[in-house]
Ligand binder design. Sequence first.
Ligand SMILES: Nc1ncnc2c1ncn2[C@@H]1O[C@H](COP(=O)(O)OP(=O)(O)OP(=O)(O)O)[C@@H](O)[C@H]1O
Length: 340
Amino acid sequence: MGFSPDIGIDLGTASVLVFVKGKGIVLQEPSVVAIDKYTNNVLAVGREARRMLGRTPGNIVAIRPLKDGVISDYEITEKMLKYFIQKTIGKKLFFKPKIIVCVPSGVTEVEKRAVIDATNEAGARTTYLIEEPIAAAIGAGLDITQPVGHMIVDIGGGTTDVAVISLGGIVVSNSIKTAGDKFDEAIIRYMRKTHNIMIGERTAEELKINIGGAIKRDEAVTMHVRGRNLVSGLPVNIEITSEEIMDALEENIASIADAIHSVLERTPPEMASDIADQGIIMTGGGALLYGLDEYVQKRMGIPVTVAEDAISCVAKGTGKALNSIHVLAQARGQRSRQDR
Ligand SMILES: Nc1ncnc2c1ncn2[C@@H]1O[C@H](COP(=O)(O)OP(=O)(O)OP(=O)(O)O)[C@@H](O)[C@H]1O
């Protein structure tokens, strides 16, 4: 049966990526929709909607329909999806494409249905869904069609998804709302409490990426940051050490380790031993935090590897799944989700 889909869409919290078979990524835009608060009309989608942020009259609001890794507003998600599909394929279609959509692992059956309906309405002949951890595993280069357990820990901006995968499906999983964005918030809180300084989200992210970490470094590193003193209200410049940021992140990192632990506890014994042999694979931008792999490895007593090109694993996996959806479906002994 030759039914490989023609378009892949990664419906992410922060951005939407569209792939066309044979062309690669053709569209990458923020998952933002600007609507008129009073009429509920969509005014702009994606980059254009983000540009409107903060520069619009009060009746226009910008919405992130996929918040914290779940579909928080599915009517708006539907509209956004349709807009991106039509932008990719145009309205006059001679030949309707097959489309595969990568959805966050926390979505409900109703939300899945909404995504399928929206994709079909936007011009798909057939719609397939793939869950984020599966896409991450494919993107990390794992062969998930075999009866062997693999553990994927995908640490994005909004969510950390922990999943044990075998035969193309998710066996056990857990999704928590502690990930990259929460790390930034913890750094902002730490700076306020310890140094009486207010810093912005961008600065917090820079601190995290440049000097943050899950374990102590051999030699401490420092970074100068600008902020506003909360007492005097004046701008200040101070030097922060890597150890301070490690302290600030400690609690969040422990929550991620707890989430991994709870999945391991629920993993059937044969698969747990597969994972112990092969190790845990980490993907997503958050997996790049200094020493996080070593921290998890120590706590679980299982080897941990950060996938190559960790940030783009989900995107790459959705693209690759364009060619292998039928293999995945066969591995699970079922037909792919198909629609009228
Ligand atoms: N070198 C780094 N060290 C630590 N964190 C990093 C690094 N590079 C990127 N990040 C963080 O990774 C996060 C984004 O990851 P990613 O692009 O995988 O998320 P996403 O797919 O948009 O989110 P979600 O999976 O929740 O939808 C951000 O919080 C970013 O700050």
